[in-house]
Design a protein around this ligand. Structure first.
Ligand SMILES: C[S@@+](CC[C@H](N)C(=O)[O-])C[C@H]1O[C@@H](n2cnc3c(N)ncnc32)[C@H](O)[C@@H]1O
Length: 205
């Protein structure tokens, strides 16, 4: 007798079967429940954009933040995954102290390893924490890089950020730039993001 095709997929370690179940049951699927290849794949996917934009183009759009980063401030990078963005900022701003938080233990373990390999472990601290319970270190900058949309309670996350932000602190939100109308997103990038959104982001949030 042939095995059920969905079971074959699951036995292969592929999360297609789990994903189909989320559509059938509406129960959702946590980021941490996916195949391990998602975590390194997502990290590699976003890394290129951070390498070419984070310090060069995105941080300079925030009033006065570049000067503060150069002098030395506490920065929190929420939903940091493998911590590429955190490490890029640590390298660019050696006087600042970077805190990377993610609820996913494996990603935090990997982030610590990469920070050590990149020689910035002295000024980068990675810790398992959610967007609503990461510790208060009076941050002057809190970043959400491609992750606020993943969170089930983005308003609760923003409230917590406000509580732990220093008086004149800033919040940087980076999200995929989609068109407001479906027809504006019918292109290879739009297809990729729609697919990722329904299988990963919506299922997780
Ligand atoms: C699309 S990935 C982006 C990861 C990273 N910022 C990057 O660009 O490589 C979303 C990340 O958000 C994390 N995440 C999702 N919900 C979270 C929550 N409530 N609190 C903390 N991290 C969360 C996931 O574990 C995952 O690492």
């Amino acid at each position: 007798m042939l095995a059920h095709p969905l079971l074959c997929l699951q036995d292969d370690g592929i999360t297609v079967a789990k994903t189909l179940q989320t559509f059938l049951t509406g129960k959702g699927l946590g980021w941490d429940e996916h195949d391990g290849r998602l975590f390194c794949g997502a990290a590699a996917f976003f890394h290129n954009g951070y390498r070419t934009n984070l310090v060069q183009n995105w941080l300079p759009t925030l009033d006065g933040v570049m000067d503060k980063l150069k002098s030395g401030i506490n920065v929190a990078d929420i939903g940091c995954g493998y911590g590429h963005s955190t490490i890029i900022m640590a390298k660019a701003f050696p006087n600042s102290h970077l805190f990377g938080f993610d609820y996913h233990q494996e990603s935090i373990d990997e982030a610590r390893t990469i920070a050590a390999e990149e020689g910035v472990a002295d000024r980068v601290h990675f810790e398992v924490a959610t967007a609503k319970n990461f510790p208060d270190n009076r941050y002057s900058l809190i970043c959400y890089l491609d992750c606020l949309h993943d969170m089930g309670d983005p308003v609760g996350a923003a409230r917590h950020a406000k509580r732990v932000l220093s008086g004149d602190g800033s919040i940087m939100l980076v999200e995929p730039y989609a068109g407001d109308h479906v027809q504006d997103n019918i292109n290879p990038v739009g297809r990729l993001y729609y697919a990722a959104s329904i299988t990963l982001c919506c299922a997780h949030s």
